[in-house]
Write a protein that binds this ligand. Structure first.
Ligand SMILES: C[S@@+](CC[C@H](N)C(=O)[O-])C[C@H]1O[C@@H](n2cnc3c(N)ncnc32)[C@H](O)[C@@H]1O
Length: 158
């Protein structure tokens, strides 16, 4: 999250939060007037997060797939997001879904918006770079298993 300026980036999206480890960390950094749209497809995880975050006005927990992001943002009155953080296992998805999701992320981001994608391999590097010309890839050994973090910026340098 080091490239995110939480004082300026007020509309955030998290894709595939799972048990919510990142979700709670993201929320701990967000000011009161920010919003976090959280997309989780697996029903038990969705209900877990919905329950845990029921008193947090900033959290909008959505039981739908990541490729429907724009629809939900628009429905809530937002035209774009400043940041999309994703733990989706893109490399395990079929090519069509993978492509749809990254395209949707690109469409949903505001100008200069930031896309952070967590991955266990470099398999999706070329595809992500087709949408985000400037992509910075770092490696973290602090995660188990260690992982790559792609940080991309719409229309600019990551
Ligand atoms: C690798 S796990 C995330 C792990 C999480 N960071 C944690 O620490 O618990 C990926 C999550 O993405 C969710 N997921 C898979 N496909 C999805 C999709 N198309 N839209 C939204 N969530 C999806 C899965 O249900 C799973 O919870």
């Amino acid at each position: 999250m080091e490239n995110i300026d939480f004082s300026k980036h007020k509309t955030l999206v998290e894709l595939g939060p799972g048990t919510g480890v990142f979700t709670h960390s993201i929320l701990s950094k967000m000011p009161k007037d920010s919003v976090l749209f959280i997309f989780e497809l697996h029903e038990p995880f969705y209900h877990k997060l919905k329950h845990e975050l029921k008193h947090d006005q900033r959290a909008v927990v959505i039981h739908d797939s990541a490729e429907n992001m724009l629809h939900h943002l628009n429905q809530a009155g937002y035209s774009c997001a400043n940041v999309v953080l994703s733990s989706l296992p893109l490399a395990n998805f079929n090519i069509t879904l993978r492509e749809q999701i990254v395209q949707e992320v690109h469409t949903c981001l505001c100008e200069n918006g930031i896309y952070v994608q967590f991955q266990y391999s470099l398999k999706t590097k070329k595809m992500i770079q087709r949408y985000f010309e400037k992509t910075k890839i770092t490696f973290t050994s602090r995660n188990l298993p260690p992982a790559f973090v792609y940080t991309c910026k719409k229309n600019g340098l990551a």
